[in-house]
Design a protein. Sequence first.
Length: 285
Amino acid sequence: MKGIVLAAGKGTRLYPMTKPVCKPLLPVYDKPLIYYPLAILMQAGISEILVIVPPGETDTFAALLGDGSQYGLKISFAEQPVARGIADALLIGEKFVGGDRVCLVLGDNIFYAPTLGATLKRAASNERGATVFGYWVEDPRPFGVVEFDKTGRAISIEEKPRYPKSNYIIPGLYFYDHQVMEIAGNLKPSARGELEITDVNLEYLRRGELQVIPLEKNFTWLDAGTADSLLEAGQTIKHIQDTTGRYVGCLEELGLYEGWVSEEQVHAIGKELSMTLYGKYLQCL
């Protein structure tokens, strides 16, 4: 399975913070925002990743992430010339994905749970159809809302409904088989002029091949797209790290746990950063 991170948003809701630097490079507590969606893909067991960035920003992201080899990854980059919606990321990444399955994650989404890795690997192991997640929120109106029947089966999805049929939204993490390329290629722009990811999920639902997994209460999902949510995300990450004694989104640690890098490689990075708390942590892994 290949991974795509859509990190091409202009971050207009975060202006003027995003005037000198694009949103995925803003800090969320002690790491750049882009680290967290990369960590999601790594916990799903995905090491070949395409990062889709704004026009003219490839060098900036490459300066931060390199080719990913320090984390055991193979990272490449592509630019989204015009913002045409989330599903456009699939078309941009079509050559990268080839005949493989794909996991798409939004560049401003953060997930955390003690059992997150196991949940993601189960989703990644589904070879047929699509797997997405349902997350309970107080106000689902700004999101894609999923409705379940009495047996827990998804029966409808609505994008930004005025009157939501449930409080479960589909956050920005999607696992697809290779049918998704044909589905995305046949999409028509919505009234907003975008290729909607909800329309992709609806087509899988129509085909009877959409699995929606409700996330349990111990799962944390954060959408760092506004100033308030960016602040909340940073505070939440700090709280989790302070209370558990574990780093969230530590790419070196995840690469080590997946067996993609050695302890010697991680310790070498830690030695270079030995004057910082993060470096001391890496040396202890």
